[in-house]
Design a protein around this ligand. Structure first.
Ligand code: ZN
Length: 87
């Protein structure tokens, strides 16, 4: 009679798998790093997806592609097309 129960081993493997799935959710930093930044070619103003542009009604976390096409640079009024992705 062995003390090691195969059923417990399967349960443990499931718990490890579950932990791997949930781990990114427990690390907000890794989550946030997904946000991109764009800068205005006219005035170097930076649009940060994590920050949004609350003064123009753009909520923090808004993706660049979700910003309306008529949105303008809050500093110099340049159109959205004047912004370039920051590498
Ligand atoms: Zn600008």
């Amino acid at each position: 009679m062995t003390r090691f129960n195969p059923r417990e081993s399967i349960l443990l493997e499931w718990l490890i798998l579950l932990f791997r799935i949930l781990k990114p959710l427990l690390e907000p930093r890794a989550f946030m790093s997904d946000f991109k930044k764009y800068h205005c070619l006219e005035c170097e103003h930076i649009y940060d997806e994590a920050q949004g542009d609350p003064d123009s009604g753009i909520a923090p976390g808004t993706r660049w592609e979700d910003i309306p096409d008529d949105w303008e640079c809050p500093i110099c009024g340049a159109p959205k097309s004047f912004f370039k992705l920051m590498e």
